[in-house]
Design a protein around this ligand. Sequence first.
Ligand SMILES: Nc1nc2c(ncn2[C@@H]2O[C@H](COP(=O)(O)OP(=O)(O)OP(=O)(O)O)[C@@H](O)[C@H]2O)c(=O)[nH]1
Ligand SMILES: [Mg+2]
Length: 451
Amino acid sequence: MMEDTIAAYSGGTLPGAIGICRISGPQAFALADDLFFPTKGGKMSQGPFYTMRYGQVRAGDGRALDLCLACCYPGPSSYTGEDLLEIFCHGSQAVVACILERAMELGARPAQAGEFTKRAFLAGKLDLTGVEAVADLIESQSAAAAKNAASLLQGGISRPIRQMREKIFQQLTHFYAVCDYPDEDLDPFVNEEARKVLEECTAELDKLYQGFQRGRVLKEGLPVTILGRPNVGKSSLLNSLAGYERAIVTDEAGTTRDVVTESVRCGDTVLRLSDTAGLRETSSQAEKMGIDKARESARESRLVLCVFDGSSPLTEEDRQVMETAQGLERAAILNKWDKGALDFPEMEQAFPKVFRLSAKTGEGVSELCQWLAGMTQGEGETLVTSARQAALLGKAAESCRMAAQSAAMGFTADAFLADGEEAVRLLDEVLGDAVSEDIVHGIFSRFCVGK
Ligand SMILES: Nc1nc2c(ncn2[C@@H]2O[C@H](COP(=O)(O)OP(=O)(O)OP(=O)(O)O)[C@@H](O)[C@H]2O)c(=O)[nH]1
Ligand SMILES: [Mg+2]
């Protein structure tokens, strides 16, 4: 149990309709009695709990600061696991500042970023996968990302991990017995059973680890680079997908110099689109640098949209664009469809997918959008979205694989135990059961104050 009581603003941007001030800790209810006075009488600390009460928030001189609602949640059945007070005030910066100032006068201290959730973690209300899911939920940019975060929060990943951890641990216990009584040989049946369990866990961990690639896209968006020679309509395509004039469009070749990025939603997929400088030979230093950045952006993306002027024959520069995109996940956009479309048989061969559209009129853009939306459609499973968890799961899979091999080849119990124990330790670290203070600090520093 923490000794101090923390307070912070936990609501949305001010001014707004409603603001939420949170106070958590052993003094929260004593503080509630000096801060909030229910209209119907009685004290906040005496309940009813988990119930909104109407009343006055009062300053130190007894004058009302606001007329609003408040609710007391006694620990351990609260978000933080401690006594928690929430005041739902009018969403004014001045009101919120006065309420928090009064809470500080009464003995609370300002909460640090993520400190409410950190207390929930320390009280055992959430494991680290749950903590990271809360951050995901707050940051989610699409319904699919929010659903995945909610599923993570409900144990979508931590439950199978706990089960695997238990299964592996069970197997370890057989081998400990053999180590304790070295004269006894390992029962071949035990070896076979251990191999089977560890192989199953390896497969499950591999699957979780691989899901991270899609989980990351779900959370952060799909990085997509628009590439092409000058003037083919790259910036026009970005604007058409964004739905507003994000980038400058002119009929001058070489308009875009820097990488212009924008988040764009296609269905439930969030794209992190980068419009880039047109690829060509140039003597301009600035343009050259822009072209280098364009190539770098393409290499770092998950998908490259190569734009061509579909109304005129291919040029040498177009062929260089095709070359740059070789080996990358890519699609061809034959733009300027409204000006008349030429036939490009080589495109169908060079690109797994070809779209004909007009970035200017918008014709054909929805087909591209639909295809992009389909790129991240999952099978409804819960996806790992944290790089920290993914790295540990990958290593745990490796340890399980080695332990399974030891069991299969009838190696000594020590060999099996070293890898099996490492797998258990890594899974504990995913859940936060065995994790350093630095890592915990790093995770919570991502949070906003008030969460
Ligand atoms: N008719 C027609 N014109 C288009 C279309 N898309 C772009 N344009 C025109 O083509 C010219 C160049 O468009 P941009 O979008 O600036 O081309 P860009 O590829 O970004 O060019 P740089 O930034 O110079 O590399 C502008 O005059 C646009 O209006 C289209 O689909 N149809
Ligand atoms: Mg441009």
